[in-house]
Each structure stands twice: as structure tokens, then as C-alpha cells.
Design a binder for this molecule. Structure first.
Ligand code: PFF
Length: 466
């Protein structure tokens, strides 16, 4: 059989794939979301569960997802259908691809709004808006900004247009080169921020918060209401930690699968997955190590929510030497990290429209981009005029985030694990993964039993079965 390739092209090398997939994985999830959910869920114990989920579910599912993508060589919907048929099972497995397309669509709708905040902060940093401002001033600046729906809409629009331009041109051109340069730069900047955090006098307290597990906090969800901490029993911190493992590694919705479909044969899937997961985890931990010392040194609230990094890092930029330059660079790099992730969120949908609807990439991008942009209004209003609109006690933004990251992605990941472990013939996976016997045996055991069981147990815990 001659080797199959994707009609959308292929990455030029192993490194190109790793960079693109790391570009997808490293984004707002690491620098914006990880610190604030860690802050809301009590710190160390939450981080420990998240790390365990990365190892026991994240890495094995990532290998499965890349493998399915490379074997299917099409958009996730068509790849799943093709794989199911070739394994002699129902083509309805394509629904897994559909759920991914919907999840990517919903995630991008709020992701783009937050990336818009980062974009706006680039200009505030350039203009020196943080200089000497202090924690109260920075908070007031943030509150004023998110309270203005028109400003949020403008920045969200700019970010969506930037994203769809790259998607329309095809993920390969430009993306590879941009990521090669920007990822290492982001890493260096985070190191500089950790260096600053060392000088705040609260570095030890920050590290304690991040790495000292207090399991009581994992069972109780705490929120600050009118300046007072309010805690109640909840199964959800564990689910949030697991959901975040999927979110941060871009798993469970076909993003890594579609990137896998452009991966050349002969590249090691296992090795690539480890490199991506390690880089992703390092960035998140560095972000935490930079942010929490600043939080404690300035008497700020770790559970401040989605505004956390926008209310803490500017305090540091306003006080440190060279803060204007570092602040600008930081927000520029954050926008780039968000941008390389955003692209992968719509790629499954765009690839499907090109394959099945005969659309050009440009039309497919404009079409998807428009609907995602419109859906972004839900998130924009959640921070101002719709702050008090609640469904099941959650704002529109919270609901979108919860539904996608904590339900759709883990369920998608569970189905991927079941398909790879139980539906695909062992020989097909063995051929595609091409690992040593020991390594393959280990992955096979984990993907069949450990990952699916863990996801199920966490779901059952979250709905209160035990
Ligand atoms: N992994 C990205 C981040 O951490 O910011 C977000 C993301 C991208 C999630 C792509 C899911 C996805 F398919």
C-alpha cells in the first residue's frame, strides 16, 4: 500500500510538528488559566492532581490522538469515520470528531476575548501605564477595562481577524517559523519574571502555596464574596484539575489529532508527546512561580479569578527596573502563545469544511471565524452588562469554560482512549506507534485501563457518587 498523506499537506520535519503542537499546547491555559484556577482551588493539592492527570491520562491520550490522526490522515470527523470503518465498527465514531469541532468552536469564542485582553495590555505596557501604579491602581485599571464591552469587543475582533488570517493561509506557512523563535523567548521572559519574584520576599510563600498539598482544600471549593472567603464541599476541584490537563495539552477535541494528520510517517509519536507535555508543564509551573510570590508580597487574593494575571503581573512591571520593556515583551509573547493555540482550535472545523463542503480555506475560515466571533459576545457580556446573568449559578463565560474544559474535553479524551485501546486492533497501533515492546506494552495497559478508569472515577466523584 502506498503511504497515505493528508490533502492539506504535511509538516516539513519532526521538529516542525513538535513546535506546532507545542504552540497549540502552550497558551493562555498555561499562563492565564493555570495560575487562577490553582489560586481558586487551594494550590498544592490541586497542582498535584493536575500533574498526575498529565502523566496518567494526558501523555497516553496525546499519543493515542496523534496516532489516530496520522493513521486517519483527514480532519478528525472524517478520520474517525475512516478508522472506524477500517476496524469494522460503526462509522458513528465520527460523532467524536463532531464533539471536538463544537468544543473547539466554543473554546475559541472565549479564548479570543481573553487574548484580546492580553493584546490591549501590550499597548498599556508600551505606554508605561503600570509605572508606579501599585496593586490598587492596577486592579482599578483592570476593572475599568473589563467593564467596557465596546473595548472588549474591539480587541476580540482584532484577535479573531489575526487568527483567521493564519488559518486561511494554511497552518504551515508562517506558523513554523514564528513558533521557533517565540516559544524560547517566552520561556526566557518567564525566567526573568521568576527572577523578579525571587526579590519580592514572598518567594517561599508562593512556592509553598504551589507545591505544598493541603488535601482539605481539594474537597472544598472556596470563593471570595465581598472580600470574605466562602467555602463549600465540592467534587469539582478534582474534575477541574483533570479538565485542565486536557485543556492545557489541547487534548480531547481533535486539535492534536488534526496536527497528527500532517505528521510525516517515521517520526516517533511517544518521544514527541513527552517533549510537548514537558515543555507545556514547565511553562505552567514557571508562570505559577512568577505569579504567586507577587500575589502574596502585595497582599493580593490568590482566588481573584480570571483577572489574576492582569492584576498581579502589571504590579511587578510597574515596580521593576526595565518594567516597561519586559511588560511589553511579556504581553506580546502571551498574545503569540494564544494565537498559535487559537489556530489549532478551529483547524478541525476548517479542515472538515474544505474536505466535505468543497470550500476554499479562505471561505471556510471566514465562515467559521464569523460564528465564533459572534459567540464571543457571551463572554464579553459576562464581565460587564451581563455580570449578573446566571445559569446554574454560573456566568456565560464560566458556563462555556466548565462545559468545554471539564466535560467535553475529558469525555472526548475518554472516547479516544477507548477507541485506541479497545476498538483498534493491537497490530494497527503497534505498527503506527513503532515503539519497543516494553514501551508499547506500558502504553497499551495504561490507555486500556488506567486512563479511562481515572476519567470515569473523577466524573463519578464530581457528581457526588463518593
Ligand atoms: N492548550 C491551549 C492552552 O493551554 O492555552 C488551549 C487549547 C488549544 C485547548 C487547543 C484545546 C485545544 F484543542
Amino acid at each position: 500500500m502506498s503511504e497515505r498523506t493528508s490533502i492539506h499537506g504535511q509538516w516539513s520535519s519532526r521538529l516542525a510538528f513538535i513546535l506546532a503542537a507545542t504552540g497549540s499546547a502552550v497558551g493562555l491555559g498555561n499562563i492565564w488559566k493555570f495560575p487562577y484556577i490553582t489560586g481558586e482551588n487551594g494550590g498544592g493539592a490541586f497542582v498535584l492532581v493536575y500533574l498526575l492527570c498529565v502523566c496518567l491520562v494526558g501523555i497516553p491520550v496525546m499519543m493515542a490522538e496523534i496516532m489516530l490522526g496520522r493513521r486517519g490522515r483527514q480532519s478528525p470527523i472524517n478520520a474517525m469515520e475512516w478508522l472506524a470503518r477500517s476496524e469494522g465498527v460503526s462509522p458513528h465514531w465520527r460523532l467524536l470528531g463532531w464533539s471536538g469541532v463544537v468544543a473547539g468552536f466554543l473554546i475559541l469564542s472565549y479564548y479570543s476575548v481573553i487574548a484580546g485582553w492580553a493584546l490591549a495590555y501590550v499597548f498599556r505596557a508600551v505606554g508605561g501605564a503600570f509605572e508606579g501604579l501599585g496593586p490598587e491602581g492596577v486592579k482599578a485599571l483592570f476593572d475599568r477595562f473589563v467593564g467596557d464591552p465596546e473595548a472588549l469587543l474591539a480587541w476580540h475582533t482584532i484577535f479573531m481577524v489575526l487568527t483567521m488570517i493564519v488559518v486561511a493561509r494554511g497552518v504551515r506557512s508562517g506558523l513554523e517559523r514564528a513558533v521557533t523563535l517565540l516559544m524560547p523567548a517566552l520561556f526566557v521572559l518567564l525566567l526573568i519574571l521568576v527572577g523578579y519574584a525571587l526579590s519580592t520576599g514572598a518567594f517561599g510563600q508562593g512556592l509553598d502555596f504551589l507545591f505544598k498539598p493541603d488535601f482539605g482544600k481539594l474537597l472544598f471549593h472556596c470563593e471570595v464574596v465581598n472580600g470574605r472567603e466562602h467555602c463549600e464541599f465540592s467534587g469539582s476541584p478534582v474534575l477541574i484539575a483533570m479538565g485542565h490537563a486536557f485543556f492545557t495539552l489541547s487534548l480531547g477535541m481533535g486539535a492534536i489529532m488534526v496536527y497528527g494528520s500532517y505528521m510525516p510517517k517515521g517520526v516517533s509519536i511517544a518521544r514527541s508527546s513527552f517533549v510537548i507535555a514537558i515543555a507545556d508543564t514547565l511553562v505552567a509551573l514557571l508562570a505559577g512561580m512568577a505569579i504567586f510570590p507577587i500575589v502574596f508580597a502585595n497582599g493580593l487574593e490568590p482566588g481573584a479569578g480570571p483577572g489574576l494575571i492582569f492584576q498581579t503581573l502589571p504590579v511587578a512591571f510597574g515596580a521593576m527596573p526595565g518594567g516597561r520593556l519586559f511588560g511589553t515583551l511579556f504581553f506580546v509573547l502571551l498574545v503569540f502563545a494564544a494565537w498559535s493555540s487559537a489556530i489549532s482550535l478551529v483547524e478541525p472545523a476548517v479542515a472538515w469544511l474544505v474536505e466535505n463542503r468543497g470550500m476554499s480555506r479562505v471561505r471556510a475560515s471566514v465562515w467559521t471565524g464569523f460564528w465564533v466571533w459572534l459567540c464571543g459576545l457571551v463572554t464579553i457580556f459576562s464581565f460587564n452588562i451581563g455580570r449578573d446573568w446566571r445559569l446554574w449559578g454560573k456566568t456565560g463565560f464560566d458556563l462555556l469554560d466548565y462545559l468545554t474544559a471539564n466535560i467535553m474535553l475529558p469525555l472526548g479524551g475518554l472516547c479516544i482512549a477507548l477507541f485506541a485501546g479497545w476498538v483498534m486492533r493491537r497490530a494497527s497501533s503497534e505498527d503506527e506507534l513503532a515503539m519497543g515492546r516494553l514501551g508499547f506494552g506500558l502504553w497499551w495497559g495504561v490507555i486500556r485501563y488506567v486512563s479511562p478508569l481515572l476519567v470515569l472515577v473523577v466524573f463519578m466523584h464530581a457528581i457526588g457518587v463518593f
